[in-house]
Design a protein around this ligand. Structure first.
Ligand SMILES: Nc1ncnc2c1ncn2[C@@H]1O[C@H](COP(=O)(O)OP(=O)(O)OP(=O)(O)O)[C@@H](O)[C@H]1O
Ligand SMILES: [Mg+2]
Length: 262
């Protein structure tokens, strides 16, 4: 039986995410790899966090645990007050589908499938009818400015447009959190700022965003900076003056989307 996974922020100090003493050890043959070595952090609803740190410092490991794709070796993780460590596989899958949207560096779109069908995919796990599925997917694509590209295939879209399809797919279930692991890693600078503009707009509408980036320029759009080193949090600071993507974009040279897609 699936427990009630409705949001229950009572008793969580308003924190969406409460993590304490998290460790993750990967066993590689005889060798133990300590990817996380005691991470404690809270994230409140409506935050926009950039996670930075050197390659191998544990960022993706942390994101995978946040996204309920992997379990920690030790430590506790409460998501909206729910102790994720105590959930069964089915419950984890359900919480992941209902509450969390994922965006990756490589877009991860199905290539022989239209933008619309890619965005519909997460809705196949629930009881949604064909008609509602199409309506919701179309709305999500409109939200990221792709209302006129819904029947395009990924290879008919520019990199930035493909990433926007991936963002629409992450949105289609109305998640409370979007987790993005280097979402601008494959994009040129103008397109990166456009994608950050979409994240900022979603964040202004109440979605919590946690984003990994190697680029300080990209982190500047977030409201909080967390830096990982050797599996621990080394710095955690408020960015009191985040850059605003819609303003930054005005000063950047134009790139023709169609030309870029060719
Ligand atoms: N599945 C795995 N099995 C064994 N070791 C792993 C596994 N995944 C990650 N690691 C190791 O855990 C450590 C942290 O890896 P992680 O992928 O979290 O780093 P990262 O900060 O995301 O790096 P990058 O910036 O390169 O993406 C690294 O030493 C890595 O080699
Ligand atoms: Mg990584």
């Amino acid at each position: 039986m699936i427990h009630d996974l409705a949001p229950s922020l009572a008793g969580t100090n308003g924190s969406l995410i409460q993590i304490e003493h998290l460790t993750k050890v990967y066993q590689l043959g005889e060798v133990d790899v300590h990817a996380l070595r005691g991470v404690s952090v809270n994230v409140s609803k409506g935050e926009f966090v950039a996670i930075m740190g050197a390659s191998g410092s544990g960022k993706s490991t942390f994101m995978n645990i946040l996204g309920c794709l992997d379990k920690p070796t030790k430590g506790s993780y409460l998501l909206e007050g729910i102790d994720v460590g105590k959930l069964s596989r089915d419950e984890l899958a359900m919480i992941r589908n209902k509450k969390i949207g994922f965006v990756f560096q490589g877009f991860n779109l199905l290539s022989r499938t239209s933008a619309l069908e890619n965005v519909e995919l997460p809705l196949f796990y629930g009881p949604t009818s064909n008609k509602i599925r199409k309506v919701k997917a179309t709305e999500a694509l409109e939200r990221v400015g792709l209302g006129d590209r819904i029947h395009h295939y990924p290879n008919q879209l520019s990199g930035g447009q493909q990433q926007r399809v991936a963002i629409a797919r992450s949105l289609v279930n109305d998640p409370s959190i979007i987790l993005a692991d280097e979402p601008t890693g494959n994009l040129d600078s103008r397109t990166s700022v456009e994608v950050m503009g979409i994240f900022q707009e979603l964040n202004n509408n109440g979605i919590t965003i946690i984003l990994v980036t190697h680029e300080p320029d990209i982190a500047e759009f977030a409201k909080r900076h967390i830096v990982f080193r050797d599996g621990k949090i080394r710095a955690d600071k408020v960015n009191s003056k985040p850059k605003i993507a819609s303003e930054v974009i005005k000063d950047l040279p134009l790139i023709d989307d169609e030309e870029e897609a060719a």
